[in-house]
Design a protein around this ligand. Sequence first.
Ligand code: GLU
Length: 475
Amino acid sequence: MSKNQNKTGSYSFFNCIEKNFDKAARFISIEKGLLEQIKACNSVYRMHFPVKIGKEIKVIEAYRVQHSHHKLPCKGGIRYSMKVNQDEIMTLAALMTYKCAIVDVPFGGAKGGIKIDPQTISSENIEKITRRYTSELIKKNFIGPGIDVPAPDYGTGEREMSWIFDTFLSLRSGDVDALACVTGKPVSQGGVRGRKEATGLGVFYGIRELCHVKEDMYSVGLDVGLVGKKIIIQGLGNVGYHAASFFHESGAVIIALAEREGAIYNEKGLNVSKVFLHLKNNGSILNFPEAKNIENTEKALELECDILIPAALENVIHKNNANRIKAKIIGEAANGPITPEADEILDKKGVIIVPDIYLNAGGVTVSYFEWIKNLSHVRYGRMEKKFRENVNAEFLKVIETVCKKKISIEEKKMILRGPREIDLVRSGLEDTMINGFHKIRDLKKSLKIENMRTAAFVLSINKIIDSYEKLGIFP
Ligand code: GLU
């Protein structure tokens, strides 16, 4: 049994990340103490607070973990789930640190969690719990635009972020930057356009980039490009839902979609928007008319396909099913969906794994854009949109005169248009995901690193070392 395994011989979630970190550390020559500092979780705040639900007082267990303070504020989502525990939140906070470094988002990693099942609690009570949790964070100075900035995660969304902001503002009234205390807010409450779909879109951009690399595609026996690639998506929350839509629109074939209650399968492809309509109307994806049901949802992961996207929770691919996975590419839209044992098995099979710390970084990237928007107090594009349109119009006039040719109204519309907020956010996200992919790939090649995950960790750790060195803490 290795030192990373617990008594039962399996790894704790935090140990899994330490194991990945240690693999990367082999490629970094730096003092051991600094590596230990980067690995460690700086602050863990575990709280219990009472909330009156109906006639009963319930004691709620909750966490906020700040993994690293090498850059401030700390950043990371808050999840609501009965599976929330300290080990999980510490691990997810650590992943946030590495994720932010890879995509050059200047934050330390954090994560929060409340141990509740939001599906069985009324929205009034979820609001009570969220507001109480926020005031606990405020009391301990664990939230604020320059301290620690939460965001949505599993089981939370815009609604919860609005309550967090409102609670923060009521206790810090007059703070002109209060909007930046949380991201993932609705646009009408200071959110940024494009945040909701950002993680799913980032997953799409990352996989699309990989599919355009001839050498990588040939190495797994696939053709270049996304069109026609057979994809399975597990988890239809915010991330899986948007990723599925973008893949479908781009011409990839979604052959299976898996949810908690089961999966649906059609070899010829599922019409994603029709499936979502069916889900909305029936509360389940099962019995979709144009597909076969798969009762055991885990079996969906093992179907023949080109790309598998786990987009739900951690540890869904483990040593007992890894050998049966037939995908040639796995894109980790979820955090930590593959255990270290499964990772090794899949590596040996030659599967390309696009790691979570890169692939699902689109969410925090656009959170960063939202935070900047909140601090600058102006919508993206507000200052330059009209100016751009005027310059473009002048430019068109010159072209028409020089070429002695009239440009069609449709073409004009396209060329004249100045950038809106959504255009700028998406272009920033696309650029970030493309750059991130090539930085990891180039490092993997130049240092002859065995896989993308280890290369992503090396890239990330090197950036964190650089910040520590510039801070002067480690001369
Ligand atoms: N919860 C998301 C993640 O795991 C987003 C975090 C954020 O935007 O701060 O990356």
